[in-house]
Design a protein around this ligand. Structure first.
Ligand SMILES: *[C@@H]1O[C@H](CO)[C@@H](O)[C@H](O)[C@H]1NC(C)=O
Ligand SMILES: *[C@@H]1O[C@H](CO)[C@@H](O)[C@H](O)[C@H]1NC(C)=O
Length: 422
């Protein structure tokens, strides 16, 4: 092994080992598990039929108390396009809880927690999928593919997603994924992020492995080209396409307002949207970008910026329609009830570092090579009537997926492998 001695790229080699192994494993799996891949044209009867619209069980008990004037029944068919690094894990927990409570059918991936991301979504990636079958909720990470998603859900399904300021999203993705993006391995200096933003073109290559994590990640997640020039009319077309398919686009910066609009749209109750922030990064791992760097990150992620601007504007137009004062009132109520739940459920009332989490059930998934994601300890002395709800609200995505019966062996193998190497 002396040839490695003095070779500057040992980290690069260490980083490559899991990828090579995983890529091989994945290729085999992919070809084994997606026999329907080659089906190009799908006859009409292969989509979830119109008649399949499921009405909620116990619908009487579900009628929300809030809207006295007009009665509505809770919507149970939901497509949540889970974007990366946007507080989407917190939304996922809400959907898991609602789905479990009402015994809804989730379209889950098989063996892992995403639908073969970054490959575009295909129905055949859904566990137990057979043409013509219907599901209630789709919510795992995917590269969005509207036509394929539509085959799984009744036509009345509500499409939602969440966006975040692309500058902060870029910072977060850069930090979270840099170890799996070979393009960043050669960046020198203390502050890799600043080095990169000062001359992105000298590091970036759209064809490189996992490069999409570094540019317009939102655009990529929605299934579009993430390397469009700032003046390309495809950006506007993409935005209009999404505007035509999503019923509500949440904004992470206005998370509580987002949940209130969601509750209103889905006709859910306040209890349904209570939450603890999941997957929060320890603040010492967050790079503060100065205005100059922010401007560069914005230019670099121009398509995402346009996307965010568009839906931030439509978001506030909806808040206006909902009523500003009504919104303020509801947000106060949500905060009050969340604080109440925190006091009931959480030891020390707040998130702690991964090392301090006593029960591995509540330990969130960590990025490759570090422990930067915070989690919670559940109180020991919980009033028994709150135990179940506390447990569910505190359970991170991977553990919750296991509870819901999803096999995660590929995800776990990957975690084990990277843990060994870093
Ligand atoms: C967009 O900008 C690029 C580079 O600045 C230029 O080469 C191209 O002609 C422009 N395209 C359009 C449609 O304006
Ligand atoms: C989003 O919209 C709000 C309300 O119009 C505005 O105050 C805020 O600056 C916008 N955010 C961005 C990043 O444009």
């Amino acid at each position: 092994m002396s040839w490695i001695k003095g070779f500057k790229c040992t980290t690069m080699i260490r980083g490559l080992i899991p990828w090579i192994l995983m890529t091989n494993v994945m290729l085999v799996l992919y070809s084994l598990s997606s026999p329907n891949q080659l089906t190009v044209r799908v006859p009409q009867e292969e989509t979830c039929p119109l008649s399949a619209t499921k009405s909620p069980q116990k619908s009487k008990a579900l009628v929300p108390q809030s809207s006295k004037s007009e009665e509505c029944s809770p919507k149970v068919n939901v497509m949540f396009m889970k974007t990366h690094k946007t507080a989407s894990s917190t939304i996922l927990n809400i959907l898991f809880r609602f789905g479990e409570k009402h015994k809804l059918r989730f379209a889950f991936p098989d063996g892992r927690n995403d639908f073969f991301y970054p490959s575009p979504f295909l129905c055949s990636q859904v566990k137990g999928y057979r043409p013509g079958e219907c599901f209630n909720i789709v919510c795992n990470h995917m590269r969005f593919n509207q036509a394929e998603v539509a085959k799984l859900l009744p036509p009345d399904a509500v499409y939602i997603t969440i966006l975040r300021d692309p500058v902060d999203l870029f910072e977060s993705a850069f930090h979270y994924y840099h170890r799996v993006v070979p393009l960043t391995w050669g960046i020198g200096g203390e502050n890799k992020l600043a080095e990169f933003l000062n001359s992105p073109q000298s590091f970036y290559n759209p064809k490189a492995f996992n490069s999409f994590y570094l540019k317009n990640l939102l655009f990529f997640d929605f299934g579009f080209d993430n390397n469009l020039e700032a003046n390309d009319s495809q950006i506007e077309k993409g935005i209009q396409h999404l505007a035509g398919h999503f019923h509500l686009v949440l904004i992470a910066e206005y998370f509580e307002e987002s949940l209130i609009l969601l509750k209103d749209l889905l006709c859910w109750s306040m209890e349904d949207i209570l939450y603890f922030k999941l997957n929060v990064r320890k603040s010492s791992f967050v790079s503060r970008l100065d205005p100059e760097m922010r401007a560069k990150a914005l230019q670099w992620n121009w398509a995402d910026w346009k996307l965010y601007q568009h839906f931030n504007a439509t978001f506030w137009a909806r808040v206006e329609v909902y009523g500003r004062e009504r919104m303020q009132r509801d947000v106060r109520e949500l905060r009050r009830r969340n604080a109440e739940m925190k006091a009931i459920c959480i030891e020390g009332k707040d998130a702690v570092e991964a090392q301090k989490i006593q029960n591995s059930r509540f330990l969130p998934w960590q990025p490759v090579g570090e422990k930067s994601i915070l989690g919670y300890n559940m109180r020991q002395d919980i009033d028994p009537k709150f135990r179940t709800i506390c447990e569910k609200m505190l359970t991170p995505e991977i553990q919750y997926l296991s509870d819901l019966g999803v096999s995660l062996w590929i995800t776990r193998l990957w975690g084990w492998l990277t843990n060994k190497i870093y």
